[in-house]
Design a protein around this ligand. Structure first.
Ligand SMILES: [Zn+2]
Ligand SMILES: [Zn+2]
Ligand SMILES: [Zn+2]
Length: 464
């Protein structure tokens, strides 16, 4: 079974060319297991479960299922914004071969992806978004929706949350851009309520003294002869303008009087003033706030960066190298191996022990994501701990995203183990104290090992 077509319409005539690839399935027989083995899914929009099926697919635990190409079978444009966000697009019987072509491309790219095991929800969301964009070779474009609380909605990305109106999606996308995983391009600027983040707000002018919005604006009249100045309504008597101070009739603008400015009048407290305040009133939570205190947010379109593509393929968000390279002198792994060979020769001649140690944080991704904003500060401190435990002649290399190796010159295995234990204890302390939150204690999973330099091999040092 290649393409699963969920429909209750048995009279559909699938074009002969695609017939062999498509299996029709009544909606009551669909379960998420059946989605695992197909390369794409088509859902007939006429079935009542369309949205639920889409949500179940997009929120699946498995990337393979969640990233599946899913098309909506419909002769009309899809108007439901949620369905637009969840599906890859629309098709009908005539356009079938086109969508099958793009479905093939998407599933070819997704099958090569490595699964990432993590409990961290944000990590999963980040990786899903990257993989979605990578497999579809497309940009993430916000859709305009007046029904949606924030005015703009990001297709697919938002499907990863239980609540389609979860504001965290904006924060995650902004963070992914900051981390260099996405490239953002300005699209629009919106103002959100500073209490509930709603974009549905009323901007209005209010009275500075009683805060009422019941204002009107009038011309100010200046009577030249007596110098009296007041709003126009004070001069109005029927059709005529009569000065309330000296009772003269004002006939000609420019000779009798002028209109130098306008003035606001509050109909609640009768106050007059030149400059009203501007306030925002939130239709969602009735919060009232000065304009400058609303949340100004840049809405962007996003495309995946080369670093993002690397992440998408390998299921890795960042690596030790990224973390430590500014502070420690790291050598490339190939050079490290060459130095080790020289050291083995030297040892044969001078009979001095050297050893090689490994240091691995198995839950590195989770750690990295929990560190978040404090990356530089904590990276600096980790580098300091490592530096302190080593001598300047020791050589460090980063083996992979979560492991680094150290060549301890003229140090036997016991000495290497002492240094590694010291690094491990201090880094554990640093991480536990700094990245645990009140509701979640972070426990770094660190493993260390050391072998004699002449026994160095990755299998010796890093048994699975
Ligand atoms: Zn609000
Ligand atoms: Zn007032
Ligand atoms: Zn006058």
């Amino acid at each position: 079974m290649e393409i699963l077509f969920i429909t209750n319409d048995s009279s559909l005539k699938i074009p002969p060319l695609e017939k062999d690839r498509i299996t029709l399935l009544p909606s009551n027989q669909f379960n998420i297991k059946s989605a695992e083995n197909c390369s794409a899914i088509i859902i007939d929009q006429r079935i009542s479960e369309t949205k639920n099926v889409l949500i179940e697919i997009r929120q699946s635990q498995s990337d393979i299922v969640a990233l599946k190409p899913v098309f909506i079978f419909s002769h009309k444009e899809i108007s439901d914004i949620e369905i637009q966000c969840l599906a890859d697009g629309r098709t009908n019987l005539q356009e079938l071969s086109e969508i099958l072509y793009s479905a093939d491309r998407i599933s070819k790219l997704t099958t090569t992806l490595k699964e990432l095991k993590t409990e961290n929800f944000q990590t999963l969301v980040i990786l899903r978004i990257l993989r979605f964009l990578y497999a579809r070779e497309m940009q993430l474009k916000p859709l305009l929706s007046p029904k949606y609380r924030y005015g703009y909605v990001y297709p697919f990305a938002i499907s990863q949350f239980k609540d389609i109106e979860d504001f965290r999606i904006y924060e995650i996308l902004a963070r992914m851009e900051k981390e260099g995983l996405l490239i953002g391009n300005f699209y629009d600027r919106v103002h959100f309520c500073n209490r509930c983040h709603s974009a549905f707000m009323n901007f209005r002018e209010i009275c500075p003294s009683c805060k009422s919005a019941n204002l009107s604006v009038e011309n100010v009249i200046h009577h030249f002869r007596c110098g009296y100045t007041a709003q126009e309504s004070k001069f109005m008597q029927g059709e005529q303008l009569i000065c309330p101070k000296c009772n003269s009739i004002l006939r000609h603008i420019g000779t009798d009087y002028e209109k130098p400015s306008t003035i606001f009048i509050c109909h609640s407290c009768q106050e007059t003033f030149q400059e009203p305040l501007v306030e925002c009133f939130c239709f969602y939570c009735t919060n009232r706030t000065p304009v400058e205190e609303t949340v100004s947010w840049d809405i962007k379109t996003y495309e995946i960066s080369p670093a993002g593509i690397n992440c998408a393929i390998n299921g890795i968000i960042f690596s030790f190298a990224e973390f430590l390279k500014t502070q420690l002198e790291l050598v490339e792994y190939d050079n490290f191996k060459r130095i080790v060979e020289i050291e083995i020769e030297r040892k044969k001649r001078y009979k001095r022990d050297s050893s090689i140690g490994s240091f691995r944080v198995t839950n590195f991704q989770e750690m990295y994501l929990m560190i978040g904003e404090r990356k530089n500060e904590i990276g600096l401190e980790m580098a300091r701990i490592i530096k302190e435990a080593l001598r300047t002649t020791d050589v460090i290399t980063v083996l992979n995203e979560s492991t680094f190796l150290i060549l301890f010159l003229e140090t036997p295995v016991t000495g290497a183990n002492t240094a590694l234990s010291r690094i491990k204890t201090n880094i554990e302390k640093l991480l536990v104290n700094n990245i645990s939150t009140p509701d979640k204690k972070f426990l770094p999973e660190i493993s260390i090992a050391a072998v004699k330099v002449e026994e160095f091999s990755l299998t010796n040092l890093l048994p699975e």
